[in-house]
Design a protein around this ligand. Structure first.
Ligand SMILES: *C/C=C(C)/C=C/C=C(C)/C=C/C1=C(C)CCCC1(C)C
Length: 241
């Protein structure tokens, strides 16, 4: 490979994968500005929820800034590291969002702890499969998926679901939409994982789908972080009015 082809491959903004990092970064920044600047209009009780929405997109914006640089440099391992640091901070914050919303129905700290522990198991095992134990990506991905489905169970059918029903009205409606985000929006992540770790695994055919792991992760982040935040925002709008 000549130096100029290398340059085109590595430093090219027009590369469609790199481009999704740029647009993801901009979207996260814009969303953060939107959430932060809206804070004053809310009752104190709901301000915290919208603040957390803004923190989630802001933390993501900072990591996307670094990930887009790493993508431009072709530093694939750095992308993965930034990605998981981002998730380890933002996914627990999404658990906090569920908890804050359900506090009106008397949600206890133990619900928050349970969800955070499950999300950390999901992410740490996923990280192991993508990095240290790549040969056993299937097994680590399976452990991660178990924790993921435990979260899905908790919010759809478990204690969190019961609290949402007790709260009723706007809270129940918002909880339901967030549940759909976790069930449908979050499923893009394991799909990205299957695509990204397919090499040499029994699911190696996923590598032939023509999908890119980072593009899938970037799309999923935009949907889940910004969309999720907007659901919380509109609940706060309704409750303040
Ligand atoms: C803002 C970031 C979010 C909402 C990230 C969510 C990440 C997941 C739901 C990841 C799940 C995974 C599995 C269920 C199995 C394979 C490994 C993971 C970590 C990609």
């Amino acid at each position: 490979m000549t130096n100029s082809t290398l340059l085109i491959l590595l430093g090219d903004v027009n590369d469609p994968v790199n481009f999704t990092f740029f647009i993801g970064c901009m979207a996260m920044m814009a969303a953060s500005a939107f959430f932060f600047l809206s804070l004053n209009q809310f009752d104190k009780k709901w301000r915290t929820s919208v603040l957390v929405s803004g923190l989630i997109t802001f933390i993501a914006a900072v990591h996307y800034w670094y990930m887009k640089e790493a993508a431009m440099d072709g530093a694939v391992e750095n992308i993965t590291a930034f990605r998981y640091v981002d998730w380890i901070l933002t996914v627990p914050l999404m658990c906090v969002e569920f908890y804050l919303i359900l506090k009106v129905a008397g949600a206890k700290k133990s619900l928050l702890t349970k969800m955070i522990v499950l999300s950390l198991i999901m992410l740490v095992t996923g990280y192991m499969g993508e990095t240290v134990f790549r040969d056993q990506a299937a097994m680590w991905g399976f452990f991660s998926a178990v924790a993921y489905f435990a979260i899905v169970y908790e919010i759809w059918l478990g204690g969190a679901a019961k609290l949402a029903k007790e709260a009723g009205g706007d809270v129940l409606a918002a909880h339901k939409i967030l549940c759909w985000f976790v069930l449908v929006g979050w499923i893009i992540y394991p799909l990205g994982y299957l695509v990204g770790t397919a090499d040499g695994q029994w699911y190696s055919s996923f590598a032939e789908l023509g999908l890119d792991m980072n593009v899938l992760y970037n799309i999923a982040d935009a949907i889940n972080k910004i969309g999720f935040g907007l659901v919380v925002y509109s609940l706060a709008v309704k409750k303040t009015a």
